[in-house]
Design a binder for this molecule. Structure first.
Ligand SMILES: [Zn+2]
Length: 408
């Protein structure tokens, strides 16, 4: 596979994709299919953006994740029924994100136990509101009944069913509550969203670079033959692609620490950290670097600098309303500010145009010319950069849709 194609596949291996109807991020999803990756061990791909799994034993079925809605959970259950009439005994959650747990109500019933790492309970109870906001960045927030686990564990847990051994390991990568599900005899591991090239959702308090490195070390020691990710085509996630991500992660951690220590701010750090030659010559490393660079630098910079940063100007900033008014005043009125934004957009300076349009709309939320320009500019941003992070692209399309919907 060439570098370009590998970049795409790593970009696709991401969580929390909730594409708005109409405009789409134009990302090829894996097709809907159930693949037997080992005797009686199935990967189920293409349920919206999600992959799930199930393991058939002579004493019942173990299900891995449930999809992003009760309807998708139900349709996954119907697909399982096409392969076995054994009862579902366990449902394991890889982590608490809605696109993995919101289908759970379809599996509730006599004799079914839900299993998760213990942090998932706190996350489900306390982070749902934040997750709804995260969903609204990409589309609409969904509502589904919350299903709490019956069985929780700390660091490791072993399930035995129908002569099969299933080992559960706690991992910290994308979220604090990740479970890696390993079948030692079959040499298969389900990794959930561990390989999220955003290092957690960009708008959620999560993403653990050190934990990700430890998790890849663990997976390496287990030497799986097949890895099943929570998103993307299963063939695209390999031990090699995870190892490349681990190396890039460690390199970026050092680079960001050094940049912060040298006194650079975030803008300067983003500009300074470029692909090292040893990555550029290796397709997997290069793809991983392209996918992870910007999100990881943003996440790590905030981790290494704290919430105030070090520039005293930014300690107690003026409000958006104050700045927007001042900008309009300096421009000679809100109409002049809008005209400047339109000129910038016409010139391809989309980011500056967006920032001015944001000010125009703060001053005058119903300005339909500004809303139209805003929508067009978001679309131009989404289409303009082929290396754009999938999360940004989906968020731009969604913001464009909302701007259009707000025009009266
Ligand atoms: Zn996730």
């Amino acid at each position: 596979m060439n570098t370009r194609a590998e970049t795409l596949t790593i970009l696709l291996s991401c969580a929390l994709l909730w594409l708005p109807a109409g405009e789409t991020a134009a990302q090829p999803m894996p097709k809907r299919e159930v693949i037997e990756v080992a005797d009686g061990v199935f990967a189920a791909t293409g349920y919206a953006s999600n992959n799930m799994g199930f393991i058939v034993t002579k004493d019942g079925v173990v299900v891995i994740d449930t999809g992003m809605t009760p309807e998708l959970g139900q349709s996954f259950l119907e697909d399982i029924r096409r392969h076995t009439d054994q009862p579902v005994r366990y449902v394991i959650f890889t982590h608490y994100h809605y696109d993995h747990v919101d289908g759970a109500s379809a599996f509730k019933g006599e004799g079914v136990e839900f299993v998760a790492q213990q942090n998932l309970v706190w996350n489900l109870k306390n982070l749902k509101g934040l997750e709804h906001i995260n969903q609204t960045v990409l589309g609409e927030a969904s509502e589904a009944p919350t299903v709490f686990p019956d069985i929780t564990y700390g660091e490791e847990h072993r399930l035995k069913l129908g002569g099969r051994e299933i080992h559960l390991y706690h991992a910290m990568g994308e979220t604090s509550d990740a479970t890696l599900i390993h079948l030692p005899a079959e040499e298969v591991i389900f990794i959930g969203d561990l390989n999220n090239a955003n290092l957690g959702s960009p708008v959620m308090p999560e993403g653990y670079a050190e934990g990700f490195i430890e998790a890849v070390d663990l997976i390496e020691s287990l030497a799986p033959r097949v890895l099943v990710p929570g998103h993307g085509r299963i063939d695209d996630t390999t031990l090699g692609s995870l190892q490349a991500m681990r190396r890039v992660t460690a390199w970026l951690m050092t680079a960001v620490r050094e940049s912060v220590s040298a006194g650079r701010n975030l803008e300067e750090t983003l500009a300074a950290i470029k692909m090292p030659p040893e990555f550029a010559s290796d397709p997997l490393l290069a793809a991983s670097f392209v996918a992870c660079r910007e999100p990881y630098i943003n996440r790590l910079f905030k981790n290494y600098t704290g919430y105030y940063g070090r520039n005293p100007v930014a300690f107690r900033p003026s409000t958006t309303v104050q700045r927007s008014k001042l900008l309009a005043e300096l421009a000679g009125g809100n109409a002049a500010l809008l005209a400047k934004a339109q000129a910038l957009a016409g010139n391809g300076e989309h980011q500056l145009a967006l920032e001015l349009l944001d000010a125009v709309l703060t001053n005058e939320p119903d300005n339909s010319a500004a809303l139209t320009q805003m929508a067009d500019t978001y679309i131009a941003m989404a289409r303009g950069d082929s290396d754009l992070n999938w999360y940004h692209r989906a968020a731009y399309f969604n913001a464009a849709r909302k701007a259009r919907a707000a025009i009266k």
